[in-house]
Write a protein that binds this ligand. Sequence first.
Ligand code: SF4
Length: 450
Amino acid sequence: MEDRLSGIAQQIRMERAGNVSARAVDPLRVFFSTMGCAKNEVDSSRMATLLTEVGCRIVDDPDSAECLIVNTCSFIQAATEESIVAVLELCGLPHVEKGDAKVIVAGCMPSRYGDDLAESLTEADQFVPCSSEDDIASIVDRLFPGRLGSTQLSLPLGEVSSYVKISEGCDRFCTFCTIPFIRGRYHSYSFGRIDSDVRTAIASGAREIVLIGQDTGRWGNDLREKGTLAQLLDRLATSYADTWFRVMYVQPEGVSDELIEVIASHDNVASYLDIPFQHSSPRILSAMNRRGSREMFLSLIERIRSRVPGVALRTTLSAGFPGETEEEFSELCAFVEDAELDYVGVFAYSREDGTRAARLPDQLDDEEKQRRAMVLRDVADALSSMVVSRHVGEDLTVLVEGVEEDGQRFGRAQCQAPDVDGVVYVPSGEVGSFEHVTIVDTLGYDMEGE
Ligand code: SF4
């Protein structure tokens, strides 16, 4: 594994060049580069808060930072390569090469590769696995002796929409997935911690809270004071009635009647569920160490739709798993057509070192995996465009998120999650306000409101 990692790092080193200058100032200026998914965004934001509390200033410009932290993703090989590029880019900045700034590699890559990474990426100054991220202040303190200390109490104004993590790790051990090895065993965060993170986000300007974790539907069953995701959502939505709540990554087993009821009964809980099905073939799902079938998933979708009219559903599917036959792949495409989901994320299976699926026979070649992913994506995109176009004529409430360069305002309705599902263009409204519009047109995943 070490040789492979060194090879990738070496190749990327040879492919790239850096060239900017910098300066060092007080207080300690810290720059974050965050790779990967929303869960990493939350981790970066938490580390930034911890560093701000000991007097650091978070900056947007790497050239002016003395401490550069890359929060890496290593879920699949492509993500590892992207993270190495980001690390080497920062290590190649002139002020870093001169020794005026230091680079910290945090997150999934150090968790996955451990000491091998330090031996392969000698340019970086420090490696911080996910499990040590809460110690970031003392780690930075050791790298920059005497620079930390004063507490800055004022909160920076945050995003209109904020991710709040409710758990860490995963126990499901899907055979293709590296997450349980990178992030460790599943553990729920306490209600107190989640409530405090929600309160902080709202105080920073958030009007929507997106609850995330690798397996959100399991929340609470490992706590001393047991709870359920439905109870958590109900408590938060009741306490913060002016804020939207949305829950992502609920595994099919986690979609309980209680959860559906809470989604149906609160106006400020988005009528939206993201349920990763991964496949529709029972044989492939079993090889993935998952459960389900086309019939089970269609019946679950029907159960949700009958209780939450207008609910938007998103899923993630994987094409080209080892041994996937042409027939099973065709069935997967047919499942997408039958389910008529609002949004579908499609990934080509990625053979990852250390996973059980990597050792399975009948691995498909990369070209075939990509071909199947593309075919599935085309089927899903056509369906999604059709489903989204059904919103024409509907009245929707939109949370205004921003203004484009040409002055066009945009936001999201409850049927659209941040970063993945498209936006609604609106004629007016302050950023952070809720606007009521009628949808007059759609283009792909985006909608136009009047
Ligand atoms: S449930 Fe998700 S995070 Fe957990 S092992 Fe399966 S794919 Fe990975």
